[in-house]
Design a protein around this ligand. Structure first.
Ligand SMILES: [Zn+2]
Length: 219
């Protein structure tokens, strides 16, 4: 796995899952030229693009290669809304024509192959209805669902705290503690670290009560 930190309106981590020269790109948010240059320099063959969800800081360079783009269908509306006004809201022009993307639906439990490796899709709604994580080997890519010691916001349109609660509990209680966690923003962590120190998980796993919506300041 390699990480590129892409800078646009936000800083987004873009990851490359590789199997020899085959490669999948996760969350190409910005800086298309930088992504293309990285692929060229490393002589990679891009097989597909994986989107953890449809927010604009994850999709701005999703046309970087003419390959299948995988996104959970529950976030396809969000993707469409970004192109009908979402980018403009943040004073950004649409980065490409939406119908240039070769969109493919992905669902919980589905596997996307990368050479001889399999990437498993885990549906983790809460930050958005179609949010997913991707698991391959000892690595888990969590998008804006799970961050170092915190979680993604659920207050955006179509977000939902109860779903986020269930997604976080599922992620932290069904994966082994040494699994490396790579969020779409900020530093990496592990399942064990988050089980011990993530205050959202610690609250949600010990009480049915929900938290105040303004409790945190992540993305
Ligand atoms: Zn997001």
């Amino acid at each position: 796995m390699q990480r590129l930190r892409l800078v646009g309106g936000n800083k987004t981590n873009c990851f490359f899952i590789t199997a020899e020269q085959d490669c999948l790109i996760i969350d190409p948010g910005y800086e298309k030229d930088k992504i293309i240059e990285y692929v060229r320099k490393n002589d990679l063959v891009v097989q597909g693009i994986l989107l953890t969800h449809g927010h604009i800081d994850h999709i701005g360079a999703a046309d970087c290669f003419n390959v299948p783009v995988y996104l959970h269908p529950a976030d396809w509306d969000i993707l469409a809304k970004n192109f009908s006004g979402g980018f403009a809201k943040y004073d950004q022009p649409n980065p490409y024509e939406l119908d240039h993307l070769d969109l493919h639906p992905i669902c919980d439990g589905e596997v996307v192959p990368c050479g001889n490796r399999n990437v498993e899709v885990i549906h983790t709604p809460g930050h958005s209805p179609g949010g997913v994580c991707f698991k391959v080997g000892d690595e888990l890519y969590t998008g804006d669902t799970l961050f170092y010691h915190t979680v993604g916001k659920w207050i955006y349109t179509d977000g939902d705290q109860q779903q986020m609660r269930e997604s976080i509990i599922r992620l932290l209680e069904t994966n082994h503690e040494r699994l490396a966690v790579h969020p779409a923003h900020g530093r990496p962590t592990t399942i064990g670290e988050e089980r011990a120190h993530n205050r959202f998980y610690l609250t949600w796993s010990s009480t049915d009560e929900l938290l105040a919506d303004d409790i945190h300041d992540t993305l």
